[in-house]
Design a protein around this ligand. Structure first.
Ligand code: EPU
Length: 443
């Protein structure tokens, strides 16, 4: 067993600079879906809630996990790696967290600006240590992304919050106190942060208008395994009975539904057939239905294998609007737009979660797509052919939408700024190449 970060547990190629994709290959094969990045991040933070060990298995090898691990190590949390998880056998698939000696409840700007999910430590630190100092994350490429809902919820639980010098200074006398919290807006992160904090609060907390994403259920499952009393997760009303202490647990991270959805589109857009291994259909609720309308079939062929192929000759135009789960996921919007860019007709795509999540539009247009965006609405008129170009994107999902477009484009596409992809997709190029994609990695 090795201690993080004495050796890197990541197999990602950190010096990978560009992808060169030659489009036109039908993708066929099996792709192993990793544990969900967006489940793993709050789960890692949940380790703060106990002085006993938390073991997470099925950890994805993506750079956001390293960023979170670095933050936790800076707080004084020990992280060990174990690779002998029977499901995977890779080093670093299993991380063991030991927060018995938290020495520094501070998340500095240098770390928070790299990853907004750092704000997750606020609730658990308050619950365990009675204090936390976390840098405000600032703006983001896809929207302003305030953290007001996190802060208001902590205040409701009895914390004193002050903003000073770009930092949130939070403290509480004694334990947090259970409360009834109505979120004005559905927020995945604020639901997770509050749920974690409330596990150790005195008395009952009721969350109204809570997020229902599979990642929330996964977090609740892990917290329950640690001894928390939570019910209603996966519905908008979550009830948490605070307990005095949480204990050691071992938890397998749920499959990444966004990675699965992305490769489902790779199968559909190239008219191939891909088996997604390690994922159950329920996590694709909201996205599956729209992919089927577009002419794809998704079949659970084994308990943890979904087969995806195109059954209509041409991709059908489907209009979508993004919504919290079980609606169409905003994290799949860019990829779906690439599919619609080559559909047999026109569709509209509305982004209701983030105000600036159309940065892939102009890059897709450079590849020959016919898309016009007006505010939160994009009108996509499918074209018969896209053409390769040199493109770049400014966030994770926008980048991968360009990869999908490149897989069907005529000629060569060069995708720059691969660090965006590395934040959330484990060995993306390798997985696509194994299914027959023509991709060169340029260093
Ligand atoms: N919002 C507020 N105030 C807050 C918190 C959120 O106004 O205090 C707003 C946001 O600005 C946004 C909406 O509420 O308009 C929903 O944001 P949410 O809090 O649900 O997003 P998040 O928790 O910051 C997570 C994922 C995102 C994903 C969103 C929505 C993680 C680490 N991130 O972010 O994932 O897009 O939920 O599903 O779980 C990605 O993986 O590419 C990604 C951006």
């Amino acid at each position: 067993m090795a201690t993080y970060p004495s050796i890197s547990h990541l197999s990602i190629k950190l010096f990978m600079k560009k992808l060169l994709i030659r489009g036109g290959k039908k993708l066929n094969g099996t792709i192993e879906i990793t544990g969900a990045k967006n489940a793993a991040l709050p789960l890692m933070v949940a380790s703060i809630l106990t002085d006993e060990k938390l073991t997470l298995t099925n950890v994805p090898h993506v750079s956001d996990i390293s960023t979170m691990a670095n933050l936790l190590v800076s707080l004084g949390i020990g992280i060990e790696m174990d690779g002998m998880d029977k499901d995977h056998g890779n080093q670093g698939r299993v991380l063991i967290f030991n927060a018995s000696n938290i020495s520094n409840p501070i998340a500095p700007y240098e770390l928070v600006r790299k990853m907004r999910a750092s704000i997750f430590i606020l609730g658990p630190l308050l619950a365990r240590m009675g204090k936390a100092k976390v840098s405000l994350p600032g703006g983001c490429a896809i929207g302003t992304r305030p953290v007001d809902l996190h802060l208001k919820a902590m205040e409701k639980l009895g914390a004193k919050i002050e903003i000073e010098g770009g930092y949130v200074n939070a403290s509480v006398e004694g334990r947090l106190k259970g409360a009834e919290i109505n979120f004005e807006k559905v927020s995945v992160g604020a639901t997770e942060n509050t749920m974690m904090a409330a596990t150790l609060a005195e008395g009952e907390t009721i969350l109204h208008n809570a997020a229902c994403e599979p990642e929330i259920i996964d977090l609740a499952n892990c917290l329950r395994a640690m001894g928390a009393k939570i019910s209603g997760d996966g519905t908008p009303r979550v009830v948490i009975q605070g307990v005095e202490k949480l204990h050691a647990a071992r938890h397998k991270i749920v499959a990444d539904r966004i990675e699965a959805g992305t490769y489902a589109i790779a199968a559909g857009i190239t008219d191939g057939c891909i088996r997604l291994k390690g994922v159950e259909m329920w996590v694709l609720t909201g996205v599956k239905e729209e992919l089927e309308k577009a002419g794809l079939s998704l079949t659970q062929v084994e308990p943890d294998v979904i087969e995806v192929k195109r059954i209509s000759k041409l991709i059908q135009p489907v209009s979508i609007s993004t919504h919290p789960y079980p609606g169409f996921a905003t994290d799949m919007q860019a990829q779906f737009m690439s599919l619609m860019a080559v559909a047999d007709g026109a569709s509209t795509i509305e982004e209701t979660i983030f105000e600036n999540r159309f940065m892939h539009v102009m890059e897709l247009v450079r590849m020959g797509a016919n898309i016009e965006s007006h505010g939160s609405l994009a009108v996509v008129k499918g074209v018969a052919k896209l053409t390769g170009a040199e493109v770049m994107a400014t966030d994770l999902r926008a980048s991968v939408s360009l990869v999908l477009a490149a897989l069907v484009a005529d000629g060569e596409t060069i995708i720059n700024r691969l660090y965006h992809l590395e934040r959330g997709y484990e060995r993306l190029a390798d997985k696509l190449i194994a299914c027959g994609a023509d991709i060169s990695i340029l260093y």
